[in-house]
Design a protein around this ligand. Structure first.
Ligand code: 15L
Length: 270
C-alpha cells in the first residue's frame, strides 16, 4: 500500500520548505520535524537529530509509514558540526526507525558524495550509478556515510531506502553548472513520490535532477522507480551562459561534478 503519513525531517530548510508545499498534493499527511519551529504548524516536532534522546526520537517516528530525511547541514562546515548533525543525526534517525518498525526512508544524499568525479566531456557517456564515491567535502563525506548506513540497515534490518543524490533543487538554476544537475521543485516532488511508492527498492541509489538537455548523469535508476521528469533547465541556458560563459574544464572550480565545493572553502583543520 502507498505510504500515507510521512515524517519530513529538515522541514524548514530550503528543500523541506519546497516539499512541504508540494508533497501534500500527492496525498501525504506530513509530520514535520526540524530544529526550528515550523511556521503555521504547531504540531511539528522540534528536535535536533544529533542530540535528541532515544525516547524523543522514537516518539517522532512512531506511527509514520515512511520518512523523507532532509535534515542536516547542507553545505560544508567544520567536521565536528557535520559529525553531530549529519552523521550522528542520520544514525539516530535510522535507529529510531528500526525500533519503531518504519520500513521506508528516502534519504537526501547529494552530488557531493561523488563531487570529485570529472564532468563528462561533450559526447562522453553520463556519470554512471556505480561510479566510485569521491566526496568533495566533509559534507559530501557525510552523504557517503548516509548511503552506507542505508545499505547496512537494508542488509541487516530490511529497512528500504532510496538515496537520492540531489543535484541543485532551487526554483530556478542560477549557474551554468546547475544547467546540468538542476532538479526543479516539481520534479523533486515527483521523484520523492516515486521513491516513496515504488515496490521492492531495497537500497537504491538514484541521481536527482530534471531531464536537462545538458544532463551529466544517468537517470535510469530514478526512472526505474517510475519517475518521469517533466522539466529541463534549457530555457535558462542562453541567459546564464551569456552572463558567466561556458564551463572551463581547465578551471579546478569547474572541472568536477561538485563544482566549487571541490576547492572552496578549504577543508577545516578539524
Ligand atoms: C548540495 O548538496 C547543497 O545542499 C545545495 O545547497 C547545493 O549547493 C547543491 O548541493 C549543489 O551542488 O548545487
Amino acid at each position: 500500500p502507498a505510504p500515507r503519513t510521512v515524517l519530513l525531517t529538515g522541514a524548514t530548510g530550503g528543500l523541506g520548505t519546497l516539499m512541504r508545499g508540494l508533497l501534500p498534493s500527492y496525498g501525504y499527511a506530513l509530520r514535520s520535524l526540524d530544529l526550528r519551529p515550523v511556521e503555521g504548524d504547531p504540531e511539528a516536532v522540534a528536535l535536533d537529530l544529533g542530540t535528541a534522546d532515544e525516547e524523543a526520537l522514537r516518539a517522532a517516528v512512531s506511527g509514520v509509514d515512511a520518512i523523507v530525511h532532509l535534515a542536516g547541514i547542507s553545505l560544508e562546515a567544520p567536521f565536528e558540526k557535520i559529525l553531530a548533525a549529519n552523521i550522528r543525526g542520520t544514525y539516530a534517525l535510522y535507529e529510531a526507525a528500526r525500533a519503531e518498525g518504519v520500513r521506508r526512508i528516502v534519504f537526501a544524499s547529494s552530488n557531493h558524495a561523488v563531487g570529485f568525479t570529472p564532468v563528462p566531456a561533450e559526447g562522453a557517456p553520463p556519470i554512471p550509478l556505480g561510479t566510485p564515491r569521491r566526496p568533495d567535502t566533509f559534507y559530501g563525506l557525510s552523504k557517503s556515510f548516509g548511503e552506507d548506513l542505508a545499505q547496512l540497515y537494508w542488509d541487516r534490518h530490511g529497512i528500504e531506502t532510496v538515496s537520492v543524490r540531489i543535484g541543485s533543487c532551487f526554483p530556478e538554476p542560477t549557474s551554468v553548472r546547475m544547467l546540468s544537475i538542476w532538479m526543479s521543485p516539481a520534479d523533486g516532488a515527483r521523484l520523492f513520490h516515486a521513491a516513496l511508492t515504488a515496490a521492492d527498492v531495497g537500497h537504491t541509489v538514484v541521481y536527482g535532477s530534471s531531464a536537462n538537455t545538458r544532463l551529466w548523469w544517468d537517470l535510469s535508476s530514478a526512472r526505474a522507480l517510475g519517475y518521469e521528469p517533466q522539466d529541463d533547465s534549457e530555457p535558462y541556458a542562453a541567459e546564464l551562459i551569456d552572463k558567466y560563459g561556458e564551463l572551463d574544464p581547465a578551471d579546478p572550480d569547474q572541472a568536477h561534478l561538485g563544482g566549487h565545493f571541490c576547492t572552496h572553502p578549504p577543508l577545516w583543520p578539524h
